[in-house]
Design a protein around this ligand. Sequence first.
Ligand code: FE2
Length: 326
Amino acid sequence: MIALGIEGTAHTCGVGIVNAKGDILANEIKMYKPEKGGIHPREAANHHAEHLVPTIKAAVEKAGISFKDIDLVTFSQGPGLGPCLRTVATGARALAISLKVPIIGVNHCIAHLEIGRIKTEAKDPVLLYASGGNTQVIAFANGKYRIFGETLDIGIGNMFDKLGREIGLGYYAGPKIEKAALEGSKLLDLPYSVKGMDLAFSGILTAALQHRAKGEGIEDICFSVQETCFAMLTEVTERAMAHIEKSEVLLGGGVVQNKRLQGMVAKMAQDRGGSIFVPDRFLCMDNGAMIAWTGLVMYEGGVRMTVKDTEIDQRFRTDQVEVTWR
Ligand code: FE2
């Protein structure tokens, strides 16, 4: 079986093609980059509308297959930005109908976990998913993927981008914050916001900007923000692992490229006698291959959808999905 998957929850328009062994035959990505400010949902959707068909064609060509070889069309059904989700869902439906093949809508967060399970040695991990729009700790328990902890306000990546803009580092600030943090050493006082198993980041942003207004250096601010936020993420991940007695931690999302975060989580996992798994960069980021693969295992697990079932869901929760494939 060959599945084509379309990702389009936020800034990435991605098309991936996989086979039933989990080989990735193509994984094409077009990313929307706002000229200034953060993601504008309508502009991002326009970007996806413009790039979707060429990206599908490029993926089919890269995979060395023809359209008639595609057995299944899958797409990111949510969570995400409404206009973006609607654009890729429309494209996916049109493609499935024209090819006369089944269609499967995929939960984007579960896809980050499933691609890690096939592309790393992780078997039953706790996923620390840290990206622009999402920050969650997810694991499989009692027949479903469940969220053990999550952000109560904004995704950590969005917070980094807001901080980057305010202190002059520009958009897609994560790598710039990571670089600046290497030069910092003074741990500034920031609100360590772990509430139960959940997290909050907006207060940290406010406090960091207050430090900047008082003349603290950008390097020390970046260092302090990273140390505080990553300690919070590591703590919640560890508590989830302890609670459900799992020894593997898998990383997913754009923010997990950060080497300091990887180091902290790795140390925590090692201290517990567990292990950490980090998929390739292009599989950590939003991409079509993870959607294709998850849709494929869902289909093989007996999931079937009519076009009506493919309605998008901006607030699609992982535990809404009946997991029939594990
Ligand atoms: Fe994502």
